[in-house]
Ligand binder design. Structure first.
Ligand code: F6R
Length: 611
């Protein structure tokens, strides 16, 4: 979950590292630090957000140099304090190491080092690796070989970067189950947790595989595996530009990213619909016609996107679909065969729970497809095939534009499989394709209600609990809206399937209780509209304050709702993409009204790379 940057080249390292850390801060923001080699190795590290480190570097500057590493932390072992911040020093301050992940056997390794007389200054697992690399460096006088000797003894997940004062111009990195990519410059090279770390300087990148070690100098990049064999890393071109990873004048990354929800859908569809047929680059749906079961695995918001996808895939492709939280899937010995398709959904492509579930699925013989937003990420590389969402970099910790892009990609998958297996009604599929193409424009009109939703959120700044109801594809939207309210506004929020109301949750309704209701279209083919309107009447009769997200002109809702946020007329599968946007805006505005940081909510990190 931490963010990592490494640099060797002619520029001042400090600027490169701080710029990269700024774009990686979404990964963790408990503390930050840099180590730079000039005449000697110097470090600065501070608990708190990156700005505290920036202030420290002004108050207490270091000598800039051309080799450096930087880290932004999400604490696992040890509280977020100055001493526990990375880099960790060893070899009398000549070696600096940064780490993302968890070293599971650190206690035993630490005991070994302590017995040899090594003194520890922090409570972290990471410091163990620093002292171990220093010990091996003394033995081999080669930083790469020292790293190789150390990774052989580590259990767990890690990305490590190390520099040593006696090897200026060299940064060595290693990865296992934790992300690291290489940025290739001219006369300079970069390492980063993801491409955002160096997107300002280069769009040429290399993906480092599992259990590999990379050594960069300003002119060279060499990669070996943990056994010492030479490896040719896979090149790719970064399609994000630096402005995409910056706030661009918006009050927050989240505000910017919500405004990009129409583009996220448009870009995920772009070039993939030809004459009404879905054709996705690198993805051959005919290879899946013997698939008899699909399991979508994901966490959090991505799992809710998966739940929307389930309704669509089953309806169009007529294949049974389950949606499972990755961390539950892996540990319950699921029944899978070589005709099972595992579809993982992940914005970051690094979520450890999902990565481990994908690996497990492959081991037991399933086919794996990744829906992912991040090039060069681990999950797509561990999968048989990938469909990229093209939402662009998502920096705010709470996922927004990635969600609508994930739903769009799942729809494309559903249509592609249905078209390939011939089970879907071609007229229905053609209509869905047309509706999808019209969705970005409809999303633009939903965004026009932003100011009104902000006013509503301001009025409700003291609200302690919110319930959300939805049915069919509106149900996952209720869950997604509740998650956003919890993580951003720190209030209790609960999403329910509206049909479940009378089976228990209605007991929560008391006068003044705020309930958001996602109302299906009056034209919906299953007549769910009438059922949801009657749910609204039931809760209203018990004093609830109802905020309905309903189709423009839905007269049946008006008499019973305190507020109606209208969405354009759309077919039932497009509604969830439209209805989620007001909930994203509301959660952001409620958090802002409470004076909270909407981009970096407490206790969270965007990329959850530990289990
Ligand atoms: C919620 C949120 C998280 C992520 C989840 C999965 O706003 O962002 O629930 O959706 O941690 O992350 P990815 O998609 O990167 O696997």
């Amino acid at each position: 979950m931490c963010g990592i940057v490494g640099y060797v080249g002619p520029r001042g390292s400090q600027e490169v590292l701080l710029g990269g850390l700024g774009r990686l801060e979404y990964r963790g923001y408990d503390s930050a630090g840099v180590a730079i080699i000039s005449a000697n190795l110097q470090t600065r590290k501070r608990s708190g957000k990156l700005q505290t480190l920036r202030d420290e570097l002004v108050a207490n500057p270091l000598d800039d140099g051309h080799t450096g590493i930087g880290h932004t932390r999400w604490a696992t072992h040890g509280a977020p304090t100055d001493v526990n911040a990375h880099p960790h020093l060893a070899d009398g301050g000549k070696l600096a190491l940064i780490h993302n992940g968890i070293i599971e056997n650190f206690a035993e390794l630490k005991a070994e080092l302590v017995a040899e007389g090594t003194e520890f200054t922090s409570e972290t697992d990471s410091e163990v690796a620093a002292h171990m690399v220093a010990r091996e460096y003394h033995r081999t006088s080669n930083l790469t070989e020292a790293m190789r000797a150390v990774v052989a003894r580590l259990d767990g997940a890690f990305t490590l970067l190390v520099v040593h004062e006696d090897s200026p111009g060299v940064v060595v990195g290693a990865r296992r189950n934790s992300p690291l990519v290489i940025g290739l410059g001219k006369g300079e090279n970069f390492l980063g947790s993801d491409v955002a770390a160096f997107v300002e300087y280069t769009s040429d990148a290399l993906a480092i595989g599992q259990d590999q070690i990379v050594t960069i100098t300003k002119d060279d990049v060499t990669v070996i595996d943990f056994d010492g064999n030479s490896v040719t890393p896979e090149p790719f071109t970064v399609t994000w530009d630096v402005s995409a990873a910056d706030k661009g004048g918006w009050s927050s990354f989240m505000a910017k990213e919500i405004s990009e929800e129409p583009a996220a859908v448009a870009d995920t569809i772009r070039g993939r619909i030809k004459n009404g047929e879905v054709q996705i680059e690198g993805f051959e749906p005919s290879a899946l016609i013997d698939v008899d079961r699909i399991i979508i695995i994901a966490c959090g918001t991505a799992a809710y996107a998966g739940l929307v996808g389930k309704y669509a895939l089953e309806q169009w492709a007529r294949i049974p679909v389950d949606v499972e939280l990755s961390h539950e899937f892996r540990y319950r010995e699921p029944v899978i065969s070589d005709r099972t398709l595992i579809v993982s959904v992940s914005q970051s492509g690094e979520t450890m729970d999902t990565l481990m579930a994908v690996k497990y699925a492959r081991e037991v013989g399933a086919r794996t497809l990744s829906i992912c937003n991040t090039q060069g990420a681990t999950i797509p590389r561990e999968s048989d095939a990938v469909i990229y969402t093209h939402a662009g970099p998502e920096v705010a910790v709470a996922s927004t534009k990635a969600f609508v892009a994930q739903v769009t990609a799942l729809y494309l998958l559903g249509i592609a499989i249905a078209q390939a297996n011939g089970k879907g009604d071609s007229k229905v599929l053609a209509a869905v394709v047309r509706d999808l193409e019209a969705t970005p424009a409809m999303l633009e009109t939903v965004l026009l209600h932003g100011e009104r939703i902000k006013t509503l959120a301001k009025w409700m700044a003291d609200t302690q609990a919110i319930l959300l109801l939805g049915r069919h594809v509106g149900y996952p939207i209720a869950l997604e809206g509740a998650l956003k309210l919890k993580e951003l506004a720190y209030i209790h929020a609960e999403g329910f399937a509206a049909g479940e109301l009378k089976h228990g949750p209605i007991a929560l309704i008391e006068p003044g209780q705020v309930v958001f209701v996602i109302v299906p279209s009056p034209r919906d083919p299953h007549s769910l509209h009438a059922k949801v309107v009657s749910n609204i009447q039931e809760i209203r009769a018990r004093g609830a304050r109802v905020i309905a997200i309903a189709e423009q002109g839905d007269a049946a809702v008006l008499p019973y709702a305190d507020e109606v946020i209208p969405i354009p007329l759309a077919s039932s599968f497009i509604e969830p993409i439209l209805a989620v946007v007001p909930l994203h805006i509301f959660a952001m505005e409620l958090a802002a009204a409470k004076g909270l940081d909407v981009d970096q909510p407490r206790n969270l990190a965007k990329s959850v790379t530990v289990e």
